[in-house]
Ligand binder design. Structure first.
Ligand SMILES: [Zn+2]
Length: 249
């Protein structure tokens, strides 16, 4: 069995036995994978350094099994554990949310270099910034874009009229975008939104990660975009995410 090497972020883990765990990684080369980590379990004794920390960046080596989706982890070299994430609960919850989104939205063994890059850029950014609100909004929007779920925010999804020229717009998860007042009569679902927040959400889909530290948004706009995204994500996944309990909007 060949040993494969790739860079990876640890997203989650579950106990498998007294001395082993199953770790879910999002990897650069293979997308999401699950690997059995024997003897890597955290213990209070001298072996604690072999534990795999969640939300940490590793170079991993694993044996790929043919007939099962559970691989075997043979080595993990820590590249970055983003120490600032671990000293601040708000940052830690935001980073956990990013990991939960990746885990929920991806299938195993379906790699995306773009997703891996926004994941590592966002974890590094959240660990550096005082306030990770904009970083997590941009991550949510770019994830939707990469996976082909980006909604229509600039125009009514039905009649294509520009959102700036309409009043009383609503965002419909089912229709995948905003509806002007006229077109809402045919649809009863959706949440009220303002044209300003919709236009900013559309711009965040295009923003360059290197320029993110210069982006300043009004808190009320961030709240509106985040509420819309949660409503839309819950509709796409057909469930609420655990992290929402810890990050209030
Ligand atoms: Zn319309």
């Amino acid at each position: 069995m060949p040993v494969l090497k790739t860079e990876a972020i640890a997203l989650g883990r579950t106990d498998y036995s007294d001395s082993s765990q199953i770790i879910t990684f999002y990897t650069h080369g293979y997308g999401k994978i699950r690997a059995l980590a024997k003897g890597f379990k955290r213990s209070s004794g001298k072996h604690s350094s072999r534990a795999i920390d969640l939300l940490s960046y590793y170079q991993i080596f694993f044996m790929r099994k043919e007939h099962t989706s559970l691989h075997t982890l043979t080595e993990a070299v820590l590249l970055n554990n983003y120490p600032a994430l671990r000293s601040d609960l708000d940052r830690y919850y935001r980073a956990s949310y990013i990991a939960e989104l990746i885990n929920e939205f991806t299938m195993e063994n379906d790699p995306s270099e773009q997703l891996f890059d926004i994941l590592t850029d966002t974890l590094a950014g959240i660990s550096m910034d005082q306030d990770g609100t904009v970083r997590s909004l941009v991550f949510e929007i770019k994830l939707l874009k990469i996976l082909g779920y980006l909604p229509e925010w600039g125009r009514c999804v039905q009649c294509k009229s520009r959102i700036q020229q309409t009043t009383g717009a609503r965002f419909s998860a089912k229709e995948g975008g905003v509806l002007c007042k006229k077109c809402q009569t045919k649809f009863t679902h959706g949440i009220p939104v303002t044209p300003g927040a919709m236009l900013i959400a559309g711009r965040l889909a295009e923003v360059n990660f290197q320029r993110l530290d210069r982006v300043r948004l009004q808190p009320s706009i961030c709240v509106e975009i985040e509420k819309m995204l949660r409503y839309y994500i819950a509709s796409l996944l057909n469930k609420e995410l655990n992290s929402w309990k810890y990050i209030k909007v």
